[in-house]
Design a protein around this ligand. Structure first.
Ligand SMILES: *Cc1c(COP(=O)(O)O)cnc(C)c1O
Length: 811
């Protein structure tokens, strides 16, 4: 198949349109063609999928399972074509048939099975694992509703359900025969056996069937195809079983079925926010129990050795604490089903599980009420209690200096089960996701755990797959790069460093610049089509796209925009470089403050874009429903990448990496991976401003920050806040008093006012720099050249050699 000529491709597409859609090519819609091409790639991938599985079986190689409540994969047709080596021919064939490839690929719904960075990381990791020829698979949930679809109506966020499965999803295969049963609740009976050991029997549990749907994950042109296994919750009780059990009534029966299916019903839309909802806890156990059962089944089928050897063959990486019930569930299976004693089971468990921490934000730390865990998962609760008791005893006996810290180390404390503590105690590796983040974990947030288990802590700075985020989304830039340094960078992204030789080569810089302008023109068309707003491709495209969160400080960004607006109103002749401020951000539906900020951005957009006094010098655009496919349109057109979180708060960020790789310059704080970007490109190729993490932490510990002082001394700040309070931007229904009061009466917890002056100054430097295009393009290419480090290939190599101990499959 990789050797099909264009003409053969055309025939194959025609044939598939007939056989899978029943349409003749001249009648076919973009949707028909989307399904036809998907069927063609699937055929190609399925061959390799089978072969890959057989090789893994035959070699019995160690496998990693990446457990995550989220996989934000986005669209798959184009990336599957790319990785299968079929993209170029397919594009040519589609064009010859009179179809626009982009429009065909856009028929696919985004698989929005994630909130943001954490879920997108999981998707990038799977791609890199397969591309590097590692045996590794994802385990997640097949939510019937993904992250909500955002509409902006009269400037407000409105949420619509994302029923992404309403049409057939061509990438999944239902594997009903590999279903497993999951049990909730029930009673536990303990028996003492003759040898004195205890045996546990569970009765009256609620049974849920977990049905796997497998999605193939193709490596880049290497014939490796791994799996993403997504679990769906179904009620499997036969009708007669239902009738003879508690539900003798028809409607009860349906109710019960419905409540079971709810377990994989929807994704909780809270990014970096914890909500103690029982359905979410059910989802977590559902994922963990189904995945472990399927891992055990696979192990027994292929390895056929005692489970004592499990750690030689299996490693489980848990993405944040959401799957940390894997610790007690693995203990339960080993003890209750496989008859291991506690010590052996604990040895195995703590050699198999590795934990990735994603945040130190207190509002994101998972803590489940003890009672909830106890009633939903009675046996796991007993095991967690036992883990906790043994752990606390050990600290008491072996670490007298930490005795007073036991209340903050204990897994169960003040009526709550602390999931991060469970994950640390039950795993052999704890990693942060950027250098600063890991340092904060070791020195501050998890200091006592670090004293106990120094060897467990390690850093794995995040990454992104450069194949999707450069090669696929920016083909023109990619081919310019290949023209000058050859195609090796696609396999070895570090080779992008060779671009440095061309960073002062004006013909090359001119071409890179022309590609950027072309990408901006395309985005401008899209913006016009979606919003009616006209933007100038020669203006600076200044972009902040990420979830809306107070710590990410979209408020600081819009304060700068308001400040510019005020200046232009005072002095309409002001000579500034035209700027287009682009925003994309979903707010959690229950997050009031975040929704107020969305309202403010949209209000300023409609005021500024329609104010003739501004003469189009600044434009503000809020693009609704930020998701992977929108990111793919915006990032290649970005000049300035806004990464302005309060220092210490953004664990890593990955949006920063995607934009750097596409030649955007970062305007950011010394936070997360921004620091590592700065260390590579040097101070003169990045715009850094604001408090450092140490300064922020010092304020938290010792006080000394008074937001009101800035309000009283900086008249630009006072003017903006007063405008919000006095309704200067409002109308009757729209006002922004909450933001005013929140900022001044809660003492500006994220230091928006404190960093305001430095931010304005940094923007002035950006503006001046942009006027010197030769220097700007040199900076831009320097950023691309150093971006190879942020390929998830580098991240995965580090996980594989330092945590997972995996070897690459031979070619
Ligand atoms: C990369 C990405 C993110 C993460 O962005 P940050 O700026 O790192 O927060 C969130 N959502 C989508 C759709 C992404 O592609």
């Amino acid at each position: 198949m990789p050797h099909l000529t264009i003409d053969e491709w055309i025939k194959a597409i025609e044939h598939k349109a007939e056989s899978v859609r029943g349409v003749a090519i001249n009648e076919a819609t973009d949707k028909d063609i989307y399904y036809a091409v998907s069927a063609l790639v699937t055929e190609e991938m399925n061959k390799n999928w089978l072969q890959t599985q057989e090789r893994y079986k035959e070699k019995q190689c160690k496998q990693v399972y990446y457990l995550s409540m989220e996989f934000l994969v986005g669209r798959l047709l184009e990336s599957n074509l790319l990785n299968s080596g079929l993209l170029n021919e397919c594009n040519e064939a589609l064009k010859k048939l009179g179809f626009n490839p982009e429009r065909v690929y856009a028929q696919e719904p985004d698989a929005g099975l994630g909130n943001g960075g954490l879920g997108r990381l999981a998707a990038c990791f799977l791609e890199s694992i397969a591309s590097l020829r590692y045996a590794g698979h994802g385990c997640g949930i097949r939510y019937r509703y993904g992250l909500f679809e955002q509409r902006i109506i009269h400037g407000h966020q409105v949420e619509l359900p994302d029923y992404w499965l309403k049409e057939e999803y061509p990438w999944e295969t239902r594997k009903a025969e590999e279903s497993v049963d999951i049990h909730f609740g029930g009673d536990i009976h303990m028996f003492k056996k003759n040898d004195g050991s205890l045996e546990f029997k569970y009765e009256n549990t609620d049974k849920v069937t977990a049905v796997p749907y497998d999605v193939p994950i193709a490596g880049y042109q290497n014939k490796v195809v791994n799996s993403l296994r997504l679990w769906s919750a179904e009620s499997n009780a036969s009708d007669s079983e239902m009738l003879t059990s508690q539900c003798s009534q028809y409607y009860h029966h349906l109710d019960h079925k419905h409540s079971i299916e709810q377990i994989s019903g929807f994704l909780y839309p809270d990014d970096s926010m914890y909500e103690g909802k029982v359905l979410r806890l059910k989802q977590q156990y559902f994922l963990v129990s189904a995945s472990l059962k399927s891992i055990f089944r696979q192990y027994k089928k292929t390895v056929r050795r005692s489970l004592i050897h499990l750690p030689d063959k299996i490693v489980i990486q848990i993405n944040d604490t959401h799957p940390s019930l894997a610790v007690p569930e693995l203990m339960r299976i080993l003890m209750d089903e496989e008859r291991f004693g506690w010590e052996d089971a604990w040895q195995i468990t703590t050699k198999v599980i590795a934990y990735t921490n994603h945040t130190t934000l207190s509002e994101a730390l998972e803590k489940w009420p003890e009672d909830m865990v106890k009633s939903l998962l009675p046996r796991l609760y007993m095991i967690i209690q036992e883990i906790n008791e043994r752990f606390c005893k050990k600290v008491w006996n072996d670490h007298p200096l930490l005795r007073e810290k036991i209340p903050e180390l204990a897994i169960i404390a003040d009526g709550q089960v602390h999931m991060a503590r469970l994950a640390i105690v039950g795993s052999f590796s704890v990693n942060g996701v950027a250098r600063l983040h890991t340092d904060i974990l070791k020195k501050k947030e998890m200091k006592s755990f670090y004293t106990l288990f120094p060897e467990r802590f390690n850093n794995k700075t995040n990454g992104i797959t450069h194949r999707r985020w450069l090669l696929q989304v920016n083909p023109e830039l990619s081919s310019l790069i290949t023209d000058v340094i050859g195609p090796q960078w696609i396999q070895r992204p570090n080779q992008l460093i060779s671009l440095l030789r061309y960073s002062k080569d004006s013909p090359f810089l001119d071409k890179v610049s022309a590609v950027k302008v072309h990408n901006k023109v395309k985005l401008a068309h899209f913006i016009h089509e979606k919003t009616g707003i006209m933007v100038d491709e020669h203006s600076i495209f200044d972009v902040q796209i990420k979830r809306l969160h107070e710590y990410k400080r979209q408020l600081l960004n819009i304060f700068h925009v308001i400040h510019l607006y005020n200046e232009l109103k005072d002095n309409p002749k002001l000579d500034i470089t035209p700027r287009t401020f682009l925003f994309g951000a979903k707010a959690a539906p229950s997050y009031h403050f975040a929704k107020e900020v969305i309202k403010l951005i949209n209000r300023m957009a409609s005021l500024i874009n329609n104010d003739p006094a501004i003469h189009d010098k600044i434009k503000v655009v809020f693009l609704e429903n930020y998701n992977v496919s929108l990111a793919e349109k915006i990032i290649p057109a970005t000049d300035i990448s806004e990464q302005i979180s309060t220092a210490s708060k953004e664990a890593s960020g990955t949006g920063n990496m995607k934009m750097m790789m596409n030649g955007a310059l970062t305007l950011g704080t010394l936070d997360g991976a921004n620091i590592e970007i700065k260390d590579l490109v040097g101070d003169k190729n990045i715009f850094i401003f604001g408090l450092t993490a140490d300064e922020v932490l010092h304020y938290y510990n010792h006080g000394g920050y008074v937001a009101r002082d800035i309000y009283h001394t900086d008249e630009r700040v006072r003017r903006i806040l007063d405008q919000l309070k006095d309704g200067a931007f409002g109308s009757q229904e729209i006002e922004f008093k909450d933001i005013y009061y929140h900022t001044l009466y809660h003492n500006d917890p994220y230091f928006v006012l404190r960093d305001f002056d430095a931010y304005i100054e940094a923007h002035e430097l950006v503006e001046q720099s942009y006027r010197d295009q030769a220097t700007w393009m040199n900076m831009s290419v320097t950023n691309i050249a150093y971006s190879g480090k942020f390929s998830s290939d580098r991240t995965i190599q580090e996980y594989a050699s330092e945590i997972w101990k995996l070897k690459r499959m031979e070619k």
